[in-house]
Design a protein around this ligand. Structure first.
Ligand SMILES: Cc1cc2nc3c(=O)[nH]c(=O)nc-3n(C[C@H](O)[C@H](O)[C@H](O)COP(=O)(O)OP(=O)(O)OC[C@H]3O[C@@H](n4cnc5c(N)ncnc54)[C@H](O)[C@@H]3O)c2cc1C
Length: 344
């Protein structure tokens, strides 16, 4: 039995998600949409085909979707005046390809992902007191991303606070550099760091600062999402991803690593560790259904009328290295207004 301070007195003063969350759609648009009474959310529902018809005036146009409930396996057809796909930059091209929509040489092509990396500076407590009047950097205090430096033409660098577990993996253990630590071309320690050295670095966790490298990744047509009819799941052929960073992307990334390491050294870091992340570490996945190539400036598919795309895949490139989500959300909001004007 709880005998301490009465919880019910405290709860009303708790910060609620709608008051403190960033403007994620579950606290912004979704409640507004549900309040209209015209929206139904169908969880566990996977769309596996876009339904189209050949209209005498409009040509090929979307009229609905085929969906499957992933819990019950029950399939359904849903019909609408317009269809909006927002399945993300991997699943959206998969859905186009599996629906056998008209051939477009740019569907799935041009995958950009900011080819990220991490550079970590380890500071000395005594020196920190003279620099910031504190013995710690405190990477687990405050916002997870605190400051950002944009370098047009190269990308951006973000100060990123990580928990101890993520620091051990992202800063030190995840690396494509081989089995033992060595120096990179800028003379920074290069991962992976394991064993005794990892323990020593983690003992300095409170004095470490991570800088995330977000490269202005070049759009290359051979970087792509494709499907192979022989590799399937219950929703049809699964997406296969090919990504090899271009020489130009690697050049930009190298420059950003050098700048980040020098920022840390000049700030007083006694050691700099460059993780050297694998190229497959993708969290900003973009540009596989690019505006101007697959969709028009309204995000409506050139070849399928009334079919709109409103996720990261329509971004024409990697935005110069900016985090993509707010741009995609802004674009989706604009697309909603355009659909309303054009078709309703
Ligand atoms: C660890 C991490 C940290 C990140 N941090 C940041 C950040 O700080 N800032 C930033 O801007 N971005 C960040 N991102 C990127 C951000 O998450 C993406 O930019 C954003 O979520 C992309 O939105 P989207 O709509 O394109 O795709 P998603 O968010 O992936 O949405 C697609 C949705 O469609 C569903 N779906 C897929 N296929 C189907 C189908 N056939 N039928 C029905 N539903 C389907 C999926 O389940 C998913 O819910 C981060 C990502 C990760 C992984």
């Amino acid at each position: 039995m709880y005998t301490g301070w009465p919880l019910y007195k405290w709860l009303p003063h708790c910060p609620s998600v709608d008051k403190i969350a960033k403007r994620s759609t579950n606290v912004s648009y979704t409640p507004l949409a549900l309040a209209t009474g015209n929206v139904e959310i169908m969880p566990n529902t996977f769309t596996y085909k876009i339904i189209t018809e050949n209209h005498p005036k409009e040509g090929i146009r979307a009229t609905g979707v085929k969906v499957r409930n992933t819990w019950t396996g029950i399939k359904q057809e849903l019909y609408a005046d317009c269809v909006v796909i927002a399945a993300g930059a991997i699943e959206t091209p998969r859905l186009w390809l599996n629906s056998m929509l008209p051939f477009n040489e740019w569907v799935g092509k041009g995958l950009a992902n900011h080819n990220m990396d991490l550079v970590t500076g380890i500071f000395n407590s005594k020196e920190l007191i003279s620099i910031i009047n504190s013995p710690n950097v405190g990477p687990n205090v405050g916002h997870t991303s605190g400051a950002r430096f944009d370098y047009p033409g190269l990308g951006s660098i973000l100060a990123m606070g990580l928990s101890p577990g993520l620091t051990a993996s992202f800063s030190y253990a995840i690396s494509k550099s081989g089995n033992s630590p060595h120096l990179d071309s800028h003379s920074f320690s290069k991962g992976p760091v394991v064993g005794k050295e990892l323990m020593e670095l983690m003992a300095n966790y409170q004095n470490s600062m991570n800088l995330l490298i977000v490269t202005d990744d070049e759009v290359v047509k051979s970087n792509k999402v494709s499907t192979n009819p022989t590799v399937t799941d219950e929703h049809g052929p699964v997406p296969a991803i090919s990504y090899v960073p271009s020489k130009n992307t690697l050049r930009k990334k190298k420059e950003l690593i050098k700048i980040a390491g020098n920022i840390l050294l000049k700030a007083g870091a006694k050691k700099v560790v460059h993780s050297d992340w694998p190229d497959g570490m993708m969290i900003h996945i973009m540009s596989t259904m690019r505006m101007g190539y697959v969709v028009d400036q309204n995000c409506e598919a050139f070849q399928v009328k009334r079919l709109f795309i409103s996720d990261n895949s329509v971004l024409s490139n990697g935005l110069g290295g900016a985090n993509p989500t707010l741009t995609t959300q802004a674009l989706a909001t604009r697309t909603a207004a355009i659909i309303n004007e054009k078709y309703f």
